[in-house]
Structure formats: C-alpha cells, structure tokens
Design a binder for this molecule. Structure first.
Ligand code: NAD
Length: 460
C-alpha cells in the first residue's frame, strides 16, 4: 500500500530540487513556515558537524557570489521596492561581501593554571529566526547569513513582503554557495509569501531559540514581547551636530554624502542637522554652492510635508526617492546635480523630527553647544541608535557622546564610515540599538559555553 505521507514528502523534495524562479519553492524557499524551520533544523545539524574550515569555505563562496551578483541585487532591489540608488546599492553589496566578519569572529577564551584548564567557547544557538527590512533587503539577508552561519547556525528569514523577490534571490544564492562548497542545502530558508502570521509562527516555534529583528519600532517590540531571546535592531533618527571648531566646508561635504547615500535609506544616515548659530550660514553656503543642495522655501516645505507625511504617517511612495523625484512631486523641476533638499526649521518641524528615509535634511540652529546637545538628544527620540558630530573640540565631543548614548557616533566623517565604508572596522546591516549588542557580527549570534578540565591539561 502506498504511504501517502512518504509520496508527499518525495514530491516536495523533487519540486524543491527543480530550478526556481520568483515565487517558486526550493533552494531554501518554502510555502509553510513550519516546513522552513524543519528544513533549517536538518541543515543546522549537518553544519554543526562540519569543521570551522568548512564553514569558512561556505562563507568565502557567499562573499564571491555576492561580489559577482552585486549589480543584479542592486538593480533588483531598486526595481522591486522603488527605493534607493543602484550605484550605492552596488557599493553596499560589495561592502557586505568584503567586510562582514566570518569565522575569525568566533573566539575562545582560556584560563590555564594549577587547577587545570577552562575554556569559554562560542557555540551556535541552532536555528535563528531573522526578520529583515525592505530598505536594505538583500544586504541584510546576506550580512545576517554570513554572521549566523559563521556562528554555526542555520537561519529562517521572514523578509519584508515588499522586498521578497530580492530577499529570496539572496536566500537562493546562499544555498547555492553552501552546496557548491560542500555544505547543506537550506542552511538559510525563507517563504514564498511571508506574512505577519508566518512571523508569529516563527516567534512561537519551539525550534527557534533566538530572533534577530531588523526594522522599525513595531517589529522590535513584537519580537521583544515574544518570550524568546531577541536581538532588536530598531529605528533611528540620527542628528548631526556641527560646532564652531569644525572644518565647515568638509562638514558640509561629509553630511551631504552621508545623507544622500542610497537616497537616505540607511538607518545610520544623517537625518537632520543641529548647527551652532555662528556657523549655520557658512554650512548652508557650502551645502548649496558645492554639494548640490536645494534650499526649499516655506511654501515648498509645506508642499513637501503634505506629500511625504500623510495623516496615516510616512508616505511609503516617497521613502528612498531622490531629491529630484521628491521635488518633481511638488511641481519643482531641478537638474540631476541636485541631490539633497535642505531648509531651516525648529526641531519640532515634522520634516525634521520624523525619520523620513529620504534626502530631505532640516537644519536647526542652536544658540550654544549645550543647546545643540539638548536639541540633538531630543531629535534622536531615545532610540540610542546613531548620532554624528563635526567638531575638533574633544570636550564637546565627549559631552555629546555621553548625553546621546547611541550605538554609533561618527566624528568628522560621513555616517557610512560607521559600517566600515571609508572608516575602520567591520560591516553590519543589523545594528542592535534597542537591545544593546550594537553592531552585530558572528559572535553576537553565538552562546557562551564554559568547558572545564580540573587539575589537568595545564602544560606550563
Ligand atoms: P518595517 O518595520 O516596516 O519592517 C521591518 C520588518 O519587520 C519587515 O520584515 C516587516 O514585515 C516586519 N514587521 C513589521 N511589523 C511587524 C510586526 N508587528 N510583527 C512582525 N513583523 C513585523 O521597516 P522597513 O520599512 O522595512 O525598514 C525601515 C525601518 O527599519 C526604519 O525605521 C529603520 O531605521 C529601521 N532599520 C534599522 C536597522 C538597524 O540595524 N537598527 C537597519 C535597517 C533598518
């Protein structure tokens, strides 16, 4: 007699092995969250038995394929989400491939002495649930995968539905990379159609011990209420302070380069400026005359506000659009050289206090440095995410750093130097602002285990 369950399983497996376009299953893509988790669990059991060297081979292959596909990912992301800039997205994928830490981040601590040898090792959690945003979709999937696999974990993603094609293209690529390097299939998994319900299943599933959520406040709160351990990489609204000791011309250049990167989509990007009154005019002069900024009039500010902020909140059609497109939406035509819209306003101005994720940069005047700090802290809304400053006054920088208490604070450079682009240090697209891990890496996705040998193995 035919075993129906067995037949169904074989059919599922065969379908899964076929080559796979958008919306199809296979190579890590499932229709059901429970099936995705079960497959990832099997893959993790294989991964855990592999040597660190083999894990690293998988990661090396993911890096290589990401470099090869950087332009495809960039074009696909812009086309699918309607957000961002192809050139900058290519750079982001190269950055992820080159600077996301791999197994070298997994380190052992040892104590050896008369009473023996004690080790603390970083072990895998198992299957990690990961929720990813539409603003850096494949960047986050690839970055999370490299770190989580380096830590010995498999991953189940519940990506943003608005970026599912791009996110799942990354999931397939990672599984291809794993298979080619002798690793398991389904080392990362995702769904054809992720929903809030599928993420709820993930959050409650017994085989998911850790959830990493990258996105706005809603998702981080949901994950932190799930009863599981959660890594919460939430929203930001990074202010940049400019004081009178700064190189104002360079500050204008760095701020506009950071603010316009990928049309202001990165959560770390400069979202508003707080400048000392004594340097504000000079800063604006350089922004307009040398950095392609358009100074919006009061009337244009009102039109922009009505366009980008609806009664229900942020107009998603404006997020990640270029300054030229945003201006054309209010009937203002400008040349391609215009890359940022600036204006002066009070900190309470909705285009200044809201996290817009588009190249609209409000400038708030401060009477002195203490006033600047107070305004910047208010504008950061307690996210404890990112803040920036242009200053050569170490006392001012220290005062600001202590007051704003963010995971990232860039001094005298564009915001993206925080993730290793033109700055020292590694790259990540998951900055755990809410839960305090800061810039995540492979080590973040491991648990510490103490291994003690009494009275032996000390050979000093
Ligand atoms: P979003 O919050 O709309 O979506 C992020 C993810 O969460 C998506 O997969 C979405 O489907 C899911 N989601 C949303 N609400 C949920 C809920 N209640 N339960 C379960 N899942 C839920 O964010 P977005 O527009 O994709 O990305 C932009 C936001 O993310 C900005 O606020 C930005 O600052 C933030 N962000 C933070 C980081 C970081 O590292 N801290 C990185 C990128 C983006």
């Amino acid at each position: 007699m035919l075993n129906e369950k067995l037949v169904q399983d074989i059919v599922k497996e065969v379908v899964a092995k076929l080559n796979l376009g958008e919306g199809e299953t296979g190579m890590g893509i499932f229709t059901d969250m429970n099936d995705a988790i079960a497959a990832a669990k099997k893959a993790q059991a294989v991964l855990q038995k592999m040597s660190m060297d083999q894990r690293e081979k998988i990661i090396t292959n993911i890096r290589r394929k990401t470099m090869e596909n950087a332009e495809t990912f960039a074009r696909m992301g812009v086309e699918e989400t309607g957000m961002g800039n192809v050139g900058h997205k290519i750079l982001k994928h190269r950055l992820v491939a080159e600077k996301t830490p791999g197994t070298e981040d997994i380190k052992t601590t040892a104590w050896s002495g008369d009473r023996g040898l004690t080790l603390v090792e970083m072990g895998p959690f198992g299957v990690i649930g990961a929720i990813t945003p539409c603003t850096n979709p494949s960047e986050t999937v690839i970055c999370n995968s490299i770190g989580m696999i380096a830590g010995g974990n498999a991953v189940v993603f519940n990506p943003h539905p608005a970026a599912i094609k791009t996110s799942n293209f990354a999931v397939r690529m990672i599984n291809e990379a794993s298979l080619e390097a002798g690793g398991p299939e389904n080392v990362v998994c995702s769904l054809v159609k992720p929903t809030l319900q599928s993420s709820e299943i993930m959050m409650k599933h017994k085989d998911i011990p850790l959830i990493a959520a990258t996105g706005g406040p809603g998702v981080v709160t949901a994950v932190l209420s799930s009863g599981k351990r959660g890594i919460g990489a939430g929203a930001g609204n990074p202010p940049v302070v400019v004081d009178e000791s700064a190189d104002i011309r360079k500050a204008a250049e760095d701020i506009i380069n950071g603010c316009t990167f990928d049309n202001n989509l990165p959560c770390i990007a400069e979202k508003e400026v707080v400048a000392l009154n004594s340097v504000t005019d000079e800063l604006i002069h350089y922004m307009v005359s040398e950095q392609g900024c358009y100074m919006a009039s009061k009337e244009e500010q009102a039109k922009l506000q009505a366009t980008v902020l609806t009664p229900k909140g942020l107009n998603r059609k404006c997020v990640g659009k270029s300054a030229k497109v945003l201006l054309s939406m209010i009937g203002v035509e400008v040349p391609d050289s215009i890359r940022c819209i600036i204006f002066e306003g009070e900190k309470e101005h909705p285009l200044i206090s809201e996290e817009l994720m588009m190249p609209i940069l409000g400038i708030v005047r401060a009477t002195d440095f203490d006033d600047a700090v107070e305004k910047a802290v208010w504008l950061e809304h307690g996210n404890r995410h990112s803040a920036h400053i242009h200053s050569k006054n170490v006392d001012n920088i220290t005062k600001y750093a202590k007051a704003i208490d963010t995971a990232i604070l860039v001094k005298n450079g564009p915001s993206y130097s925080a993730i290793g682009f033109g700055g020292e240090g590694y790259c990540t697209f998951t900055i755990a602002s809410r839960t305090g891990e800061g810039l995540t890496s492979a080590a973040t996705f491991t648990k510490r285990r103490r291994c003690v040998m009494c009275d032996s193995l000390c050979i000093r």
